[in-house]
Design a protein around this ligand. Sequence first.
Ligand code: ASP
Length: 403
Amino acid sequence: MMKKFPLHWQIITALVLGILFGTFLPNQVGYVSWMGEIFIRALKMIIIPLILSSIVSGVTNIGNAENLGRLGLKTILYYVMTSTIAIITGLLFVNLLQPGVGADLGLSRDVEELGVLERSFGQMLINIIPTNIFRAFVENEMLSVIFFAILFGFFITKTSRNARHTMTNFFDALFEVMMKVTFFIIRFAPFGVFGIVALQVSATDLVELAQSMGKYMLAVLLALAVHAGITLPLITRFIGKASPLKHFKNVTTPLLTAWSTSSSSATLPLTIQAVEENDGVSNKISSFTLPLGATINMDGTALYECVAAMFIAQAYGVDLSFGQQIIVVVTALLASIGAAGIPMAGMVMISVILSAVGLPLEGVGLILSVDRILDMFRTATNVWSDSCGAVVIAKSEGEELNV
Ligand code: ASP
């Protein structure tokens, strides 16, 4: 029975049921929202051990410094390239639709509790090196964990034969166990998605939001649709020489999960599982590209940062010069790299752009009401881009894939 009803269809059904439940029984949502909470907790539970074992076993398989360096450079170049294209797409749409012109500034909400932060990019780079690796594990400092895991994996290959065997076998085994646990948790995705979506829907008044913020939402969604539906498939097709449609089918489960959880990090276990098992990308490549991608490659977020900042500028009647728009593009890229893969992280980072071009930070309050909805779409785009990246890079390394 389960075989005939594939997981992604189960999730889509759960999604529809969640929307119906949230719409018609908003007061009963407490009876089902716990399912979503349990699902997200379970995903978060496995992230750190999964990333650690995945990267260490991947890097030990990559072998030498030259391969590791090439792969690293390629991956980062790819990520920066796609994010920049995404931002330019956003810039195009926001200039075309002008959603902020005449927007009601009275809609602005208080942003004090958001703890709008101004973190310098340089400090972010320095912080990649943890002062205490155990604290990095405990506090989910993804970039620090990735950094440590790459270093650890690399130096395993430099140890004596005995130590190398023990450590390689150990981390391979740990990774295998973590993938089994992931697989087990994924089976509960339909229940999790049902709970999350029901709760979300019960808490938002879509009609009201569409009336007040419709044009802005449209600008973000259209630009995201172009990037996810045209640009990334073209890159997958022509640079990756792979079938974007087949690949899309292979990663529907992580995409739906990203959409409903609004967290690339929480979705990471599912992304790794789908890209390896369905697309056939080796652990060597996926373990390197995907955790890194979930942390720094956020095309959807980058695009959204740009549209949102331009929207705020338009709403305040500030005409940004060409030079200032370039600053928006660059800071949107940095903000997307710096944003964590958790819900609404992107919105907090908009303050970085606003302060760079001298716009009032309170502007973030304008877009607060619709952020949670847009977050779903930009997170799905983020994960889609990561997965396309893994395919493109695996192909460029000469791997035989199923796509
Ligand atoms: N929620 C997004 C993610 O996890 C980040 C963002 O808020 O844009 O990918």
